[in-house]
Design a protein around this ligand. Structure first.
Ligand code: TRP
Length: 458
């Protein structure tokens, strides 16, 4: 019976441990670095509302499907799907979902680690007071000089890869779980403290207004698609990360409840990050539409000018490193258990090998900011290409396949008995979202990714 199988890689000690781990995966650079800047670029309140709707209507249904696959298969993403397909008389080709996921995970990790490295560099700079009293122009120069130096970027990227490998090489119980159980609550506490700081020192009223007051006149079809893509990335969907975490879930845990908690935590952190950042940006007279440089340039200016900024700036960047770290663990874990199961290597060997591959590919991202900025793939530099390929193509593809596979092709009785959605209305809603809304919505994202824009709302 599938229900009594357990993962050979260990299980979470409790439901709370799973929730913390999945939330640790979800909460990362996507929430704290990306969410504020794309909210800034897309006009604030209306974008936030659309984002939350995407999480509820598309994100959570796909999340349920993904965790379900892992919990039922109990193996690496490829083998889990093969196992389930064999039992359900479905084509083995569905295991391609697992392969896409493992590949996407390592590709995302390769540049994620580089950006996490920037965060480490900024944490140490802020701590040493290097960025005190810096103005906007000065911060821009410092940032540009920093990313122009491949050796520096490589050093921080290397350190980040090593700490990621160190934690995952210790295994689920002692490594992953310990890391997230200790670090996630600390992260939340720091973030709340930062929001308090922002309320006292920043322009809180206007920050909140920007974030919560919806101006729907600015919303286009593209805004909705961006919000949806962000929901995907931020919830760690579509590449098997949550499938793997689900496979460590003990059989008596309710998937839907757990997924709703994880998605809520993820959204809460993104909103808190916005609340912490926007008031400071406004009070410093800086631009909302800075783009990816928002925290690395703007925020250091803000922190540099504020009383106590050195301490809070440092705390903020440390918080971001922690968040990136727990996310990166989930990006590498599918590859690791696949290597262990398929090639019979030890966890340590698998961790070193996987991190080394991500490290090596990451060099491409590093040089795309400096010596290799002229290298173009489909007209994009290496970093932009990797980001584009993973976020806009591989993740949506994985997500759509997962939700179609689970909601259309697997035995409804099995899925129902595992998901145990008691309320009939919620069950019908889940099937409707998983079968219809999510696949259609994801197709919109992908068409957008290849350059076809549906400005149906403009
Ligand atoms: N969700 C993380 C963030 O917001 C990034 C991440 C971790 C991720 N694991 C993932 C994204 C798996 C997609 C798929 O930063």
């Amino acid at each position: 019976m599938a229900i009594n199988r357990t993962s050979s890689h260990g299980e979470w000690s409790s439901r709370t441990a799973f929730i913390l781990a999945a939330a640790g995966s979800a909460v990362g650079l996507g929430n704290i670095w990306k969410f504020p800047y794309i909210t800034g670029e897309n006009g604030g309140g209306a974008f936030v509302i659309i984002y939350i709707m995407c999480v509820i209507l598309i994100g959570i249904p796909i999340m349920l499907a993904e965790v379900y696959l892992g919990k039922r298969g109990r193996l690496n993403p490829i083998a889990s799907i093969r196992y389930i397909s064999e039992r359900e008389n479905r084509s083995k080709n569905w295991q391609i979902i697992g392969l896409i996921g493992i590949l996407a995970g390592i590709l995302i990790l390769s540049y994620y680690s580089v950006i996490a490295g920037w965060t480490m560099a900024y944490a140490s700079r802020t701590a040493f007071g290097v960025l005190n009293n810096i103005d906007a122009a000065g911060a821009a120069v410092i940032f540009e000089n920093f990313i122009a130096d491949p050796e520096r970027l490589l050093a921080w990227h290397t350190i980040f890869c090593i700490i990621t490998a160190l934690v995952v090489s210790r295994g689920v119980k002692s490594g992953l779980e310990n890391a997230v159980v200790r670090l996630m609550p600390a992260l939340l506490v720091l973030l709340v403290a930062l929001v308090f700081y922002s309320a006292i020192e920043g322009d809180f009223a206007n920050g909140i207004k920007f974030m919560l007051y919806p101006d729907f006149s600015q919303v286009t079809g593209k805004t909705i698609l961006i919000a949806m893509g962000q929901a995907f990335f931020s919830l760690s969907l579509g590449m098997g990360a949550l499938m793997v975490y689900g496979s460590y879930l003990s059989s008596d845990v309710s998937i839907p409840k757990t997924c709703v908690i994880v998605a809520s935590l993820d959204t809460l952190v993104a909103l808190l990050a916005g609340l912490a950042i926007f008031p400071i940006v406004i009070s410093s007279g800086l631009e909302m539409t800075q783009g990816p440089g928002l925290i690395f340039q703007t925020l250091t200016v803000a922190f540099g000018a504020m009383p106590g900024g050195q301490l809070f700036g440092t705390l903020f960047f440390i918080l971001l490193i922690v968040a990136a770290w727990t996310s990166s663990i989930s990006l590498i874990e599918p590859m690791i258990i696949w290597l262990i199961e398929k090639y019979n290597v030890t966890r340590i060997q698998a961790a070193i090998f996987s991190a080394a591959i991500a490290w090596f590919i990451g060099i491409g991202t590093i040089i795309s900011f400096n010596v290799g900025s002229d290298i173009k793939i489909f007209g994009l530099n290496i970093f932009d290409f990797l980001d584009y390929l993973t976020s806009n193509i591989l993740l949506p593809m994985g997500g759509i396949l997962i939700t179609i596979y689970v909601s259309w092709l697997l035995s409804k009785e099995k899925v129902d008995s595992e998901l145990k959605i008691k309320s009939r209305i919620l069950r019908v809603l889940w099937y409707f979202s998983a079968r219809v809304i999510a696949p259609i919505a994801v197709i919109f994202v992908m068409l957008n990714a290849i350059g076809i824009n549906f400005d149906i709302f403009s």
